[in-house]
Design a protein around this ligand. Structure first.
Ligand code: ADE
Length: 224
């Protein structure tokens, strides 16, 4: 998979890809992530990427021209499955969307800033709009990092234990069951006996039961 991220703040997006699972996925060649500084596609000595909105009002708007230039250049090199704009008014990201996107070959992620982007970008250049939740961030960069993480960890070979993404919370519309590690007893707090029993069938039943209970308690909407 290849992910191209278009941003006015590429430095903000470096570190998420430089450690842990995402770094390993990149090092193994399972994903290529390319950051594109929108300013490099802007014209004039000021390399202006934003301007005041027509009709007045506070806040700057990202201009269509540099975005169009950047996307056109990328599209001339390969075809993209989706060109995604990260925006609080997009469809809310969930595990199903992450699963869907993980099956694609090439994605472009466009990060908004200030008041957002010229509407014509959304009308003409973008194929999908995604929000990471009902709150407003200062820009789309952190949202793009979150979306990338959710997708990349699902690519075959990224996680050490292939089954571990399958047992994640939200796969199957169930929250994951509680987990414990050593010591078995800490300050009088004990690990459930069944997990120490070595009886794999009983352990599996316990996990199913507690996952269901947790989902009922915390996210009953998943069970409907
Ligand atoms: N940009 C600003 N806020 C955002 C959000 N909640 N999701 C995606 N992109 C955003």
């Amino acid at each position: 998979m290849r992910i191209d991220i278009i941003t006015v703040l590429p430095e903000l997006l470096k570190s998420p890809f430089e450690s842990s699972i995402l770094k390993r996925a990149i090092d193994k060649g399972l994903v290529n992530v390319h950051l594109h500084n929108l300013r490099e596609y802007a014209s004039g000595s000021y390399r202006q990427v934003d301007d005041y909105q027509f009709g007045g009002g506070a806040g700057m708007v990202l201009m269509i021209e540099p975005i169009d230039k950047c996307i056109s250049e990328l599209k001339s090199e390969r075809s993209y499955n989706e060109i995604i704009y990260l925006t609080p008014d997009g469809e809310t990201l969930n595990q199903g969307i992450a699963n869907q996107l993980s099956l694609h070959e090439n994605l472009i992620l466009l990060c908004g800033h200030y008041k957002g982007v010229d509407q014509r970008v959304r009308d003409v250049l973008i194929t999908r709009e995604i929000s990471i939740g009902d709150y407003v961030l200062s820009g789309g960069e952190l949202a793009a990092a979150i979306l990338s993480d959710a997708v990349i960890r699902l690519l075959p070979g990224v996680l050490n234990d292939e089954t571990s993404a399958l047992t994640d919370t939200f796969q199957d519309n169930l929250l994951a069951p509680p987990v414990y590690t050593r010591p078995a007893e800490y300050k009088g707090y004990n690990v459930p006996e069944v997990l120490l029993s070595g009886n794999t069938k009983k352990i599996e039943e316990w996990r199913e039961k507690t996952a269901l209970q947790r989902t009922r308690d915390r996210r009953p909407d998943f069970l409907r």
